[in-house]
Design a protein around this ligand. Structure first.
Ligand SMILES: Cc1cc2nc3c(=O)[nH]c(=O)nc-3n(C[C@H](O)[C@H](O)[C@H](O)COP(=O)(O)O)c2cc1C
Length: 574
């Protein structure tokens, strides 16, 4: 017996007294073991049953005890179910497990032939006295008065016999009765709720209804129909261990919870796998079930789960398990895990951004203006880190995809596929997915680099265009300036010329002035000289006048003399 747990007992009867409808996980051979019990307890299950254990075997062999009964600290409230055909063995077995459980239950409902043949199970409903004795002995032998002793029965065709059985058991001190509302011969026929109600009405101990509880709403409807104190589910919980928590179908988190719990309990592969087969029964297609059922190792199962199921949000915002092949949409999105859906979305975003960046009517300068928006400035400090992180993520995903492709196209899996024909489809599907993931991660990586390059180029182009324009403007203004300088030069030249001329003129003027001065001087001198000359001339004129007068006088004298002479000669000639 593996019992790593506390020995304090829960009083099951107190739980009934709280007045609510208790939700109980049924005893299930091979299934309601510790790992599964831990799982359903996580999802609002109030009480759990162990699988039926044959009391005889349990008492006879340590090995049987170790393999049939394992419990742990959190595994309470727990009812141990025994198959027994004699009171003493049952009472002994009850005493062994009593410290580790909260009650013992006698199986009076198992319809299997082997069980009936050995006097176990459903044949006990026809032996009410034996049942009464068994209950009584257990009651007497187990010290703990709070320890519950219950029976789980099927109904008779003649319901009076069932009522009689229950009343006898009640009289013997049975704590409560679970009624599977079918006869021992019935398998999938509808549950007789009216029979359960009749039994409930005919005893004063708590009655649990069992049969076809598949959803949480069935708990309420069964209560309404029968007035029972609790319900017990078997197949409903196998199909959806989170049923009592209100989930319509197995939520994905419950599947992973099972994987975690089962692996941590060292659950054998068959049990681990079978539970998953049950959990997926309602949500997967026949083809898918075929593939899944053929998986033969824990790692293959986990791998399959990783690649086949995605989380989607249902209206009530619970995560629900959705099978990609049974999904009515069946599109790419639904065929991917969340991780690869994210990568595919990233790829689409990249394509979209690159297309936008390549739009011919948005010029690099405009892009640069857009890049200068405040939002980009806020992102800019993280851009390089973000870029590198993304590169690393994409490379890791790419390498992972490469690994997967190699894994599913290698010789090993092909051999496996030959051994299990169903594996072929599965491997084919896996290979396809791995290749698809390889493409999307590869393209994402490639486009991520391209996008970075395009952004750099756009910036460079915008900068060089900007520089070109600036240079052109600079050149133009330089030209203008040069022209202006040339004009200025011209003007300066002219001004210089003028200045030169002016300077020349100034020199000339000076010379001239000097000359004028000189001339003036000369003129003055000349004037003086002229005045002098005039005076001299005057003097000379006067002199000449005097001379002339003198001359005239002399001439007159001469004339007179001549005349005189001529007169004197003529007188002589004569
Ligand atoms: C796989 C499996 C194992 C079962 N093992 C037991 C068992 O060990 N003891 C028992 O009393 N009933 C056992 N049952 C019967 C169930 O406890 C339950 O009475 C029956 O399945 C009807 O309930 P359901 O409609 O919720 O499945 C088992 C049923 C299933 C499906």
């Amino acid at each position: 017996m593996n019992t790593n747990m506390s020995t304090s007992t829960t009083n099951i009867m107190d739980m009934f007294e709280k007045g609510k409808v208790l939700k109980i996980c049924a005893p299930m051979v091979r299934y309601s073991k510790l790992a599964f019990r831990s799982l359903v307890r996580k999802y609002d299950c109030d009480i759990c049953f162990t699988p039926m254990v044959v009391a005889d075997d349990f008492m006879r062999s340590v090995k049987a005890r170790d393999s049939e009964f394992t419990t742990s600290q959190g595994d309470r409230p727990l009812i141990m179910q025994f198959a027994a055909s004699d009171a003493q063995t049952l009472a002994d077995a009850a005493c062994v497990v009593a410290p580790f459980t909260d009650g013992v239950d006698l199986n009076c409902g198992c319809p299997q032939r082997w069980a009936m043949a050995q006097g176990y199970g459903a044949c006990l409903i026809n032996k009410p006295e034996l049942v009464r004795d068994m209950v009584r002995l257990v009651r007497n032998q187990v010290d703990n008065p709070n320890y519950s002793v219950s029976i789980k029965i099927r109904i008779h065709k003649d319901l009076r016999r069932t009522v009689d059985l229950c009343q006898k058991a009640e009289a013997a001190g049975v704590s409560w009765v679970t009624v599977h509302g079918r006869t021992a011969e019935e398998r999938h026929q509808p549950v007789h709720y009216d029979a359960i109600k009749t039994i409930k009405d005919s005893v004063s101990i708590p009655v649990i209804a069992n049969g076809d509880i598949k959803y949480l709403r069935d708990v309420e409807s069964t209560y309404q129909l029968t007035g029972v104190d609790g319900v017990m589910a078997a197949r409903g919980l196998l199909a959806n261990p989170a049923m009592f928590a209100g989930y319509e179908d197995t939520p994905l988190e419950c599947v992973w919870d099972w994987v975690d719990i089962a692996l941590s309990h060292g659950t054998p592969f068959t049990c681990f796998h079978h539970h998953l087969i049950y959990m997926m029964e309602r949500v997967s297609s026949q083809q898918e079930r075929k593939v899944f059922n053929a998986l033969s190792s824990t790692s293959a199962v986990i791998d399959y789960l990783h690649h086949t199921y995605v989380i989607t949000t249902a209206a009530d915002s619970c995560t629900v398990l959705i099978s990609e092949q049974s999904s009515s949409k069946g599109d790419l999105f639904h065929t991917m895990t969340l991780q690869w859906t994210a990568v595919a979305l990233f790829l689409y975003v990249e394509i979209f951004v690159i297309l936008i960046l390549s739009l011919p009517f948005i010029s690099p300068q405009r892009w640069q203006k857009i890049f200068k928006f405040r939002i980009w400035n806020a992102i800019a400090p993280y851009w390089n880190k973000g870029f590198l992180t993304m590169i690393v993520i994409l490379i890791v995903l790419f390498l992972d995809a490469v690994r997967e492709v190699r894994k599913y196209s290698g010789a090993e899996p092909q051999k496996e596929a030959k051994l299990h024909p169903n594996m072929f489809d599965h491997l084919h599907m896996k290979l396809f997915r791995a290749q698809r993931n390889l493409y999307i991660s590869g393209f994402s990586l490639f486009l991520w680099l391209v996008m970075r390059r395009i952004l750099t180029l756009i910036n460079q182009l915008a900068t060089s265009i900007g520089t070109g324009t600036a240079l052109q403007t600079q050149a133009e203004s330089a030209n203008k300036a040069a022209k202006k300088y040339m004009e200025d030069n011209e003007h300066l030249k002219q001004a210089l010329e003028v200045e030169k001329v002016e300077r020349k003129n100034a020199v000339g003027k000076e010379v001239l002035q000097k000359e004028v001065q000189k001339l003036k001087q000369e003129l003055e001198n000349t004037e003086h000289a002229l005045k002098k000359s005039r005076a001299e001339v005057e003097a000379m004129r006067r002199q000449a006048q005097g001379l002339t007068q003198e001359y005239d006088r002399l001439l007159n004298e001469h004339q007179q003399l001549q005349n005189h002479l001529e007169g004197s000669g003529n007188k002589k000639d004569q």
